[in-house]
Design a protein around this ligand. Structure first.
Ligand SMILES: *[C@@H]1O[C@H](CO)[C@@H](O)[C@H](O)[C@H]1NC(C)=O
Ligand SMILES: *[C@@H]1O[C@H](CO)[C@@H](O)[C@H](O)[C@H]1NC(C)=O
Length: 455
């Protein structure tokens, strides 16, 4: 009893955790495309024809018919539909023409049209942890039988033919075709949980939380992504208070990928150190020269301490992991840290003198895009939220007066550097040969949703 309770509870716990990672909804569009291309790649048509032409032990020749050959196998048409809670129902409609000679020496043709149906249950492979389709309950249904034999021969000969050949042989012949197609589909999950690099700083792995689930219109795969530092620990995803959800206005049959804000936050935590910045150029973008003279316009105390202008050196240290937040239509990157300004000294090798150190909190607005199957972010300054003086060697001054100066500095000097850091891009789940480049991106509450499009 306790064990059952634990199973239920532990199941619940892993589920809530998973909901703050990533979700994939596979609609019929992608599934159809995959199965069709798997059919192409597995050369199933040729194999079926070859198999059908072979002599099979245990199949009695049909009395009155000789020289039997399979002439054509019709291009199979695959129809798929979702079976909620189970997986995908697959129907392969195909047909073939069988030729031979009748006992009076006339050539005869029998054309059969048939459906091969099976249920492809979606499972999680115990060994690899990957999604796995497994077919069960394969059946062959005769749709029609046509022949050029004289009609009085029909019932007898055809009856025997159906009995001894089609019903006994076709399932053994056709059902492996379904499995062969699935082997190709299953192979295309193989890279899903392999570690993918985020720059030099670490990796991300898209691990499945549980067996994928099936509804009437999609298969859903829940991920508990593992974000791992290069030589260190995995970064825990923060638990969202409310699990992000797919908006419900997507087209029936379409496919989406959802990445939660807490997952993107964990990935950017890998890059925290890269967001530090040292600037010692006096010329920065459109800014006035970065010297003590410029600074003294805002802090007169600086003019007193430095009569001759000295170049400024600025250091930004991000001292908390960056945080991504999202609300409908807008996503921000929050950065907390220190900004220290120094006056350079003329003599080479002399350390610059610290003028002051400020605690800063600012946020950047993120624009998302996808290139080469990676999620890219570019940012622009949204707001400088707070500025507070921690130390100062030029005496007390009102840090508020620096708001404009620091805001300009962030915009011109810091943002381009942050965008350089973000250029690494974040890897997206590699499954079924998905090409994300056409995806349409949408920012919703606590998540980024990609509406996946086929090329
Ligand atoms: C499968 O092959 C056919 C014929 O070669 C082609 O027209 C079709 O686009 C292919 N389908 C996929 C999904 O690759
Ligand atoms: C055979 O499959 C086709 C396509 O799914 C379907 O329309 C048809 O009703 C099926 N026929 C039989 C006899 O099951």
């Amino acid at each position: 009893m306790l064990q059952i309770l634990c199973l239920a509870l532990c199941g619940l716990l892993t589920r809530t955790r998973a909901e703050s990672g990533a979700l994939l909804r596979l609609g019929m569009d992608i599934l159809n495309h995959e199965v069709q291309s798997a059919m192409n790649e597995s050369h199933i048509l040729e194999k079926m024809a070859a198999e059908a032409g072979q002599k099979r032990p245990g199949v009695k020749p049909i009395k009155g018919l000789t020289d039997m050959k399979v002439k054509d196998v019709l291009l199979p048409v695959i129809t798929l539909s979702f079976t909620p809670g189970v997986g995908v129902f697959q129907c392969v409609s195909t047909g073939m023409t069988i030729t031979g000679k009748s006992f009076i020496g006339k050539s005869m043709e029998i054309t059969v049209v048939l459906n091969i149906t099976a249920t492809n249950r979606i499972l999680q492979d115990e060994e690899t942890g990957l999604p796995l389709f497994k077919s069960e309950g394969c059946e062959v249904i005769l749709v029609s039988v046509k022949t050029n034999l004289p009609s009085k021969m029909m019932p007898n000969v055809i009856g025997k033919f159906l009995d001894s050949t089609l019903h006994k042989v076709l399932p053994g012949l056709m059902c492996p075709a379904i499995d062969a197609v699935l082997v190709y589909v299953n192979k295309k999950w193989a890279n899903l949980n392999a570690p993918m690099p985020i720059g030099q700083m670490g990796t991300v792995k898209y691990m499945l939380t549980a067996r994928p689930s099936t509804t009437a219109s999609y298969i859903q795969v829940d991920f508990s992504p593992v974000v791992q530092q290069e030589e260190g620990n995995a970064i825990q995803l923060a638990d969202d208070r409310e699990a992000p959800e797919f908006p419900d206005d997507y087209d029936e049959g379409s496919s989406q990928l959802l990445l939660s804000a807490s997952f993107l936050t964990a990935e950017l935590a890998l890059l925290q150190k890269s967001f530090d910045l040292n600037i010692q150029d006096t010329r920065v973008g459109e800014l006035p020269p970065q010297t003590t003279k410029t600074l003294s316009v805002f802090i007169p105390e600086v003019a007193e301490a430095y009569r001759k202008p000295k170049p400024l050196v600025t250091q930004i240290r991000i001292n908390k992991p960056p945080k991504v937040t999202m609300e409908t239509g807008k996503s921000l990157l929050h950065l907390h840290g220190t900004l220290e300004m120094f006056a350079a000294r003329r003599k080479r090798g002399k350390a610059p003198v610290s003028l002051f150190l400020l605690e800063v909190h600012f946020n950047l607005e993120i624009q998302y895009s996808v290139r080469e199957n990676r999620l890219h972010m570019t940012t622009s300054l949204n707001r400088l939220l707070s500025l507070s003086r921690e130390t100062s060697s030029v005496g007390a001054f009102q840090e508020k007066k620096l708001t404009g100066f620091i805001t300009d500095f962030l915009r011109e000097a810091y943002i381009p550097a942050a965008n350089d850091v973000l250029r690494v891009g974040l890897p997206l789940p590699d499954f079924l040969g998905m090409n994300y480049n056409l995806a349409e991106l949408d920012i919703v509450e606590n998540a980024l949703v990609m509406d996946l499009k086929l090329d």
